[in-house]
Design a binder for this molecule. Structure first.
Ligand code: ZN
Length: 251
């Protein structure tokens, strides 16, 4: 099942579910008890919101060997974690805004895990039971500020730097899906999730050994090689095989 969030005519947010290109309302909480209404609203008539509201967004750095190498780093022996603030969340099709403080903003196309059940000290083999689904993310990064700052909070934390969506797929298999990122139609990144240094189960085990994960929390699983600059007027599209495509213009 694919879950979206959208703006209703009254201006309030609502959850929806998708049947082909039609959307039906989800009454209740998709992370708990809910009921699906008939799918009859065409998807392209809706203003999409980011598909869930995470309490925290945990990201993994250097989780593909080739990307670690292209930035001149060793592959980490344990996952390298950082946060993006919920204030950086952006819906599909909305503008990524380039901040004046940076001269080098880059895209990072990534597979994103959405947590479904509260998770603390979860074994990798049990991780699956705590996953709600998967979505597509772009870990937008001010690369120049990442290099000068010891901590990445500024480089990763600007408003609009966390596009994800357009939906959450609850049936997606993350073991071997190709992640691509295109800018203005030109291919920049391409790798299979099979090339991750730490897979989804290992990441959930590691993160939940540190902090309690809550329903709707996100884990950005790292980006393949090929990160590159975004300029005003660009259209950046992250696509994951079997999951869909996330597009955002750059302003
Ligand atoms: Zn990243």
């Amino acid at each position: 099942m694919r879950i979206i969030r959208y703006q209703t005519e009254a201006g309030t947010p609502a959850y929806g579910w998708m049947l082909d290109d039609k959307v039906g309302e989800v009454q209740g909480n998709p992370f708990g008890e809910y009921r699906r209404r008939e799918a009859r609203i065409p998807l392209d008539e809706l203003t999409l919101l980011a598909p869930c509201e995470p309490s925290k967004i945990v990201c993994v750095g250097r989780n593909y060997v080739d990307h670690a190498k292209e930035l001149g780093h060793e592959v980490p022996k344990i996952p390298l974690l950082f946060f993006k603030p919920p204030s950086s969340i952006l819906a599909a099709n909305q503008n990524i805004v380039l901040p004046t403080q940076s001269k080098q903003v880059e895209h990072e196309g990534e597979l994103v895990v959405v947590i479904g059940k509260r998770a603390k000290n979860i074994a990798a083999e049990e991780a699956k039971e705590h996953i709600f689904g998967f979505t597509i993310g772009n870990d937008v990064t001010a690369r120049d500020l990442q290099k000068t700052d010891g901590q990445w909070t500024r480089a990763k934390g600007f408003d609009t730097f966390c596009p994800f969506g357009p939906w959450i797929d609850t049936d997606f298999d993350p073991s071997d899906a190709v992640v691509t990122c295109r800018v203005n139609g030109q291919m920049r990144q391409m790798a299979s999730t099979r090339d991750m240094v730490f897979n989804v189960g290992a990441l959930i085990a590691y993160v939940s050994s540190i902090m309690t994960l809550e329903p709707a929390d996100l884990i950005f699983t790292g980006t393949p090689a090929g990160v590159g600059e975004l300029r005003g007027g660009d259209l950046v599209e992250v696509e994951i095989e079997g999951l869909g495509k996330l597009g955002n213009p750059v302003k």
